[in-house]
Structure formats: C-alpha cells, structure tokens
Design a protein around this ligand. Structure first.
Ligand code: PFF
Length: 436
C-alpha cells in the first residue's frame, strides 16, 4: 500500500505539470520553494489524511462521520469523494492523450517533419479520437480497480512502480549524453532568488497539493487499508521523497532535451505534448533509433504514472459505494467507470465539437480544473488541517501517529504545530489568491 500511495502521488503532476511550473517560475529557485512547501505543508497534511483513514478503516465519508458523528465535519469526506470523481473525469482525458502519444511514438508517427503544435491541436479537437483513447484508458484503470485492493491495486503497484523508476533511470542516463545537459542542469540546480515572488510561492503550494494527491480522499482511503504496524510518519516521508525525486528527475530528463535544441524552457502546458516530441526528434536526429526508443519510453513512463494515479482517484469513490451503499465491489467499480466516462467524454468534447458551449467562459475541461484545484481542493485541505489539528482529540491523534504508543515519534509536537498553524494559513493564502 505504501507503493500504491507513491503511485497515486507520482503522476502527470510530476512529469507534465512540475517541469512546466519549474520552467515558468525560474528553475532552481522554484524547486527550493517547492521543497519547503512539501516539507512544511504537504507532509503534515499527508500524515493527517493517514490518521483519518487508518483510525477508522473506512472510506473517506464514513471516516469523517465516525470521527465526528452527527456534525457537519462529514463535508470533509464528501469533498474528498466528489473531487476525486471530478478529477478522474478530466484526468482520463489527458491520460488518453498520453496513451495516443505512446501508440504514435511506437508506430513511428512522431517524426521530425510534423508541426507538433498543429498535430496536438488537431488531435485534441478531433470529434472522436481523444474520446476513444480516454475511454480505453478508463477501461485500463477499471480492470485494476475491479480486482480489488490486494489482487488489483497492490499487485499492480508492486510491478509498475519499480518499472516506472527503472524507466526514469534509463531516461536520465540517456539525457546525460545530450548537448544541453550542462545547461539543463544549471537551470535546475542554480537558484536565482530574484525570481521568488508571492505568486511563485503560491504556485509551489498548489503544485505540492496536486502532486502529493492531497485533499482528494485518495490517501485517506488508501490509509484505511494500512495495517496496525505501518509507521504513518515514515510512510508519508517515503511517499513525499519518491514523489519529489521523480519530479526532479523528470526535470533532468526534460530540460537537457529542451536546452539541446534551444527552445525556451517555459513552453507552458504544451511542454510534454508539443515541445518534447520535436525536441526528441531534433536531439536524436543523428541516431533515429535512440530517438525512437527515448520518446517511446518517455510516453510509457507518463502512461504508467497516469495509470497508478487514476486508479487512486477511482478507488475512493468505489470504496464509498461499496462500503456505504453496500454495492458489490464490481458493481460499484462499474458505476464509477461509467459515470466518470460520461463526464470525461464531455470534457474531451469541450475542446472540440462542444467548444462553442462554454461554462462561465471556460471549456468544461478548464472549468473542472478550476473548480477542483482552485476552489474545492484548498477548502478540503483547510478542513483536514482543522479537523485533525483542532477537532480530533490530541491523544487520539498521538495514539494513531505512534501506533498506540509502540513507536517513538520525536517530531510529534512539530507536526502538531505545522498542522494547526503553518499548513492552514498557507492554504488559506492560495485559496484567496486562487479566487482573486
Ligand atoms: N498526484 C497525481 C499527479 O501528480 O499526477 C494526481 C492526483 C492523483 C491528484 C490522485 C489527486 C489524486 F487524488
């Protein structure tokens, strides 16, 4: 389950979103701020989600209800399940693009003579191709979830996570050989503190939440499957470390490639789908076979990362329907798959045939991203901090963190301070800024 939790955290957020944020916010300076956010805000919130999940051994909604019966705190659980469901519906759309790029790169379709801006635009706005890929990806997710926690999620994570780390290792070694390696490394490692502004700080906190899968019911649900001897603090540190190392290594893969061909490092969200394919082609133009393997492996990596995260978005909703509505697990999984597919199809079409029907001036895809990342997620984060930091009995929290007194956790007081003061105040800051 620890690997599964790491699988939830490592996803498109690390390989797609993190390098984009680093590129847009000045490189190494952003990474330093991000590390601080992960340690002082992300890790304590993660431990708190683990506390809620393992204390109750129940899905997120039931967990909040059991810990605070008859109060409005159960909103914290409802938020988690709802937001996981909404994110799942648009996450499968981007994952579908990844699946397409994986197939296209192995079919040798991503060749140097494409205009990748046009290629990407044509693909995402096509009436049915992106829909087909999103649905296939959804089915891949379904097949794992429907097999249950041990037979599906645990088993899959045990194989996929080491494979993912191996692919990253191979790609990092390959990127050593690129001409832009030194420049890419400098961009990643040499901080320019003049770039640090309040907005960089806030982007870093937002990235930490998304990347660590916080406030979405996922980690709380996974923690409900932890055994009595799992060390929650150590597990949170392992997940945070794996997630951060993968994000930084993704930077080691992407920036040397980008600098090798002289593209600006802040190419925005198109970095992975527009800039990189052309970069791979140009960088390896002299050895096409390596270029072919490099780009194929890169998209497989992205696909695996997306799959373990999508599974973790599916599970909280399935577990809720299974445990609370007493549906057989298979039926529960099908309900989630079908409902998320319908919403996913609408999200995908909102960038193509339905582009003329915006919601509050945004496509459905952008609207879901906005409402989850900028509104519901921060509110959920604040709720978790307040719930574990102020509503739950301190002795119950201590008992859970120390496995009923069997572990010595010297940083317990520091954790309490972070969860009561530092984390909620930092999240309130993002929330206000997000709304502004
Ligand atoms: N952490 C995942 C990523 O970095 O891509 C995304 C994610 C997964 C967000 C699960 C939220 C979640 F509950």
């Amino acid at each position: 389950m620890v690997l599964a939790a790491a699988g939830s955290a490592v996803g498109l957020g690390n390989i797609w979103r993190f390098p984009t944020e680093v590129g847009n916010n000045g490189g190494a300076a952003f990474i330093l701020i991000y590390l601080a956010c992960v340690i002082f805000v992300g890790a304590p919130v993660m431990v708190s989600e683990f506390v809620i999940g393992r204390r109750t051994h129940a899905n997120t909604i039931t967990a909040f209800r059991r810990l605070a019966p008859g109060t409005w705190w159960s909103i914290g659980g409802v938020e988690g399940v709802l937001v996981a469901f909404i994110i799942l519906s648009y996450y499968i759309v981007v994952s579908g693009w990844t699946l397409h790029y994986t197939v296209a790169s192995f079919a040798n379709q991503l060749t140097a003579d494409h205009d990748f801006q046009q290629y990407f635009g044509d693909f995402v706005s096509h009436a049915w191709w992106p829909v087909v890929y999103a649905l296939v990806f959804m089915l891949m997710t379904h097949v794992v979830v429907v097999r249950g926690v041990q037979g599906g999620i645990e088993r899959f994570s045990k194989v996929m996570m080491p494979m993912l780390l191996l692919i990253i290792g191979v790609l990092v070694v390959c990127s050593f050989s690129m001409s832009g390696f030194r420049e890419g490394l400098e961009f990643l490692l040499k901080p320019d503190f003049s770039k640090i502004t309040p907005s960089v700080l806030l982007s870093a906190v937002g990235q930490a939440f998304f990347s660590l899968s916080l406030a979405m019911g996922c980690l709380c649900t996974y923690a409900s499957y932890f055994g009595p001897d799992t060390n929650l603090v150590k597990t949170a540190f392992s997940v945070v470390t794996i997630d951060t190392v993968v994000a930084v290594l993704a930077g080691f893969i992407i920036f040397p490639a980008v600098f090798s061909v002289g593209v600006a490092p802040n190419e925005g969200a198109g970095l992975v789908f527009i800039t990189l394919p052309s970069v791979f082609n140009i960088a390896f133009g002299h050895v096409p076979l390596i270029g072919y393997l490099f780009s194929g492996l890169f998209y497989v990596l992205l696909l695996l990362a997306a799959l373990t995260s999508a599974i973790s978005l599916h599970e909280p909703v399935t577990a809720y329907l299974h445990e609370e509505w007493h549906m057989p697990r298979r039926t529960a999984a099908w309900c989630v798959t079908i409902a998320a597919s319908v919403l996913g199809v609408l999200c995908s079409l909102s960038m193509g045939p339905l582009a003329d029907y915006p919601i509050f001036g945004m496509s459905l895809f952008d609207f879901f991203d906005f409402i989850t990342a900028k509104v519901i997620m921060p509110l959920g984060g604040i709720l978790i901090c307040l719930f574990v930091g102020r509503r739950m009995d301190e002795e119950a929290v201590r008992a859970e963190v120390t496995n009923e007194g069997r572990l010595r956790i010297p940083i317990f007081r520091l954790y309490r301070f972070l969860i009561r003061w530092v984390a909620p105040l930092a999240i309130i800051a993002i929330f206000i800024r997000g709304l502004l």
